[in-house]
Design a protein around this ligand. Structure first.
Ligand code: AMP
Ligand code: MG
Length: 277
């Protein structure tokens, strides 16, 4: 890794919300200046990491006993789908699943809020990506009062317990909040209105969420504070530069996979006994 491309561990250190410590969003940057000073280095980094992530996913599949779950949260336009496209550009579609969580269906509303989430957890050998997640149930649901306050209050502990259960059962979890400012979102929403190929993405409901920006930020802050745990930490990713955002998430995912260090299994028979004619 070149000098101007930070080590995975260094990116982890810089972006993690340390479990148990006080957390304030205002202490976090929305734009990265330090980790990737140079945009070209960031582009090269994510390209290399994407290839490495594919190799590591192959090994994860061969090993067949564990999974990786990447949770992405962020306000509209923060770049959840762009990040997925970039970081997993080289990953075999056969080895990954992506689940985008929308407003719950009638079927989903008839169950507890974690039912649909548990059902989307990646199987062994896979990388699973959540575009939105269980955290919507303490974010939009809280801001729009879609459930009683005392029920929402219990969800932080419930989610921590759920994630601990998953990690104890072979699922490594990494959670990234893609952080942008309200001003940056304004630019990006204007872009959606102005550019014909982006208009389809514009949803008037996004403007309601934008009106409640401060409430959303307060909900995000509480979410990170209460749910960054040793088994499933939150990382706050400055996301106003798309290239650097991709590079940072790439470094985090690669670092976690390298730490998992999946191994090819022993084939279980003496290969020298086989002759291919
Ligand atoms: P998008 O990700 O832009 O396609 O939009 C999905 C929408 O579904 C967002 O406005 C989310 O806030 C909303 N959503 C996701 N999960 C929930 C939930 N549990 N309750 C209510 N709305 C949700
Ligand atoms: Mg949207």
């Amino acid at each position: 890794m070149a000098k101007n491309q930070p080590e995975c561990a260094h990116v982890q250190e810089a972006l993690i919300a340390r479990p148990g410590e006080a957390f304030a969003l205002q202490d976090r940057p929305t734009r990265d200046k330090d980790l990737f000073p140079d945009k070209d280095d960031a582009a090269a980094s994510v390209a290399a990491d994407a290839v490495k992530i594919d190799e590591l996913q192959d090994r994860l599949y061969a090993e067949g006993s564990r999974a990786l779950l990447l949770v992405l949260q962020g306000m509209d336009t923060a770049g959840k789908s762009g990040t997925i496209k970039s970081v997993f550009q080289a990953t075999s579609p056969l080895g990954m699943t992506v689940k985008a969580f929308k407003k719950p269906s009638a079927e989903e509303m008839a169950r507890d809020y974690l039912w649909r989430v548990h059902n989307a957890v990646p199987r062994k050998g896979f990388i699973g990506i959540f575009d939105r997640s269980q955290y919507e149930d303490v974010l939009v649901v809280k801001v729009r009062s879609l459930a009683p306050a005392e029920e929402i209050e219990k969800r932080y502990d419930q989610i921590n317990a759920f994630e601990e259960h998953l990690t104890q059962n072979g699922v490594t979890i990494i959670k990234c909040m893609l952080y942008i400012s309200r001003e940056e979102q304004g630019e990006r929403l204007r872009d959606r209105l102005e550019k014909p190929h982006k208009r389809w993405k514009f949803n008037p409901g996004d403007l309601d969420d934008r009106q409640n920006w401060d409430d959303f930020m307060a909900a995000y802050e509480t979410m990170v504070q209460r749910c960054s745990t040793p088994h499933a930490p939150w990382y706050v990713v400055p996301s106003e530069s798309k290239t650097r955002r991709n590079a940072l998430v790439g470094r985090l995912v690669r670092g976690v996979l390298e730490d998992m260090n999946p191994q090819h299994p022993d084939p279980g028979h003496r290969l020298s006994e086989f002759v291919i004619d």
